[in-house]
Each structure stands twice: as structure tokens, then as C-alpha cells.
Ligand binder design. Sequence first.
Ligand code: PGA
Length: 270
Amino acid sequence: MEVIIKNDYDGVCTESAAIIQEACRHKSSPVLGFPTGKTPLGLYEKLIGFYNQGGIDFASITAFNLDEYVGLEASHPQSFAYYMDNHLFRYVNIKRENVFRLNGQPGNIEEHCRSYEKKIQEVGGIDVQILGIGKNGHIAFNEPGSSLSSRTRLKILTRETVEANKPFFLNEREVPRFCLTMGIGTIVEAKMVLLLAAGKDKAESVARAIEGPVTASIPASALQLHARAIFVIDEAAASGLTNRDYYRWAYESKDRALDPLKIIPTKLKK
Ligand code: PGA
């Protein structure tokens, strides 16, 4: 795992956008997985900025949404489909036919989840899966206790999530109790996983995910088994990490390691 610690949230978003841009430069048809939530908002602004400056072309990008509430139409302002359109897709030149999302009103849920997984396979897998992390260590809607090998499926939302969502709905009956989410097994099959976290309230889950044991109780800890998992976090979210000085040192040393010539003293260079 690579842990990149930036001073603040803006730094987290800038670094993450640069990593995504770089990953996209190396693929003719990159496949990205997109999360919702507060944390990625700044990242999406940066990506839109890169797009406007010609730094990233979404025409060749295929997108998969990470999760969705069951019962909501894509046009519902609380749906994750709406969120992605509203915060990223409508501002860039992504092709509508290249945007795949979990349908909040599927006819047959199991069949829909299976075909979502199949679609991911058909396009060659996800190159970069972007993630946030919950205060309880969840990734996507894989709450603590989710199987580390779970696939895209129906999940029951936590009581806290249902309660927290109430103000956003006109009446209580409309508040979703179920969701569809990529599984942890689905997520860790991405070639690169990029997790963003900012703020003190994420410090404990970040520390447990990076330095604690791999456990279904902290779903994000499954990323310890991934060969290319990058955590981009701010100082506040890093505050619970025992090894944070090493992560900073490793990040500063990375450029040298990537270019062996840079570690040869100048006078020995021809
Ligand atoms: P947040 O959510 O970005 O709104 O904090 C992250 C998550 O729950 O995965």
C-alpha cells in the first residue's frame, strides 16, 4: 500500500486528480469506478478543471458507479446516478453509453447485479477504482461484517444511514432502506484502488484500515491485500497512523527510486 499524506483536503484532491490523469494517459480506453459522498466532490472539481484545460479527455473513459439506493429513479436528486451526473458527468465529454450505473429500480435484483459484474469483466475490468471511507471503515456500502470476497449485491442500510437520510426526503416512506453496492471482492479486483480521506473524523478508520489487522469489521482493511492500493489523506485523517513519518519519507523518496540516475551523485554522471 502507498500512503500519501497531504496538508489539507485541497491537496488530497489535487494529488488524486493527478494520479487519475496519469493512469488515464497510459490507457487508450481507461475504466474508472466512481464513488459518491462529500469527499470526492473536490476531486471531481479538479477533474472538471483538468478537462477544461485539455488535460484529460473523458471521451475514451468508461465509468462504473460504485453503488445506488434501491427504490430511487436515476432522476431522483438523492440517487447516486443523479449525484454523478450533477457533479461530474454533465461537465465533461464522457459518452452516455460509456456510463454504467446500478439501477435503483431493477426488475430482477440478482440478475441486475450479475450483469453489472459481467459488464465490468467485458470491458476488461476497472483500471482505477476511486473510494471514500466511512467512519466505521466501510467502502461503498460494504458495512462492517461484509464478506471480504463479496460481489455486487443488495445490502440493508445501517440504521444510522437511514436516519441521516431522512431530512433529504419528502416523506419517511421514501427513505431507502436498501442499496445495491459493488462488493469488496469486486472492488479489490480493480487494477488500482485510490482511496481519499480527509478530516479528523476519519482518522480512526484510516488507521485501522492501513495499520490494523485485515478484518471484515473494517472493510477498507481488505485493501492491505491489494498490490496497488493508494490512500491519499490529509494530515487530520493521518493523525492516528503510527508510521506516518515513514509514509512521508517514502513519498518524498519516490521520485528518486523511480529514476535510478537521480540517486547517482552528479560527479559520477557522464
Ligand atoms: P463521505 O463518505 O465522503 O461523505 O465522508 C464516505 C463514505 O461513506 O464512503
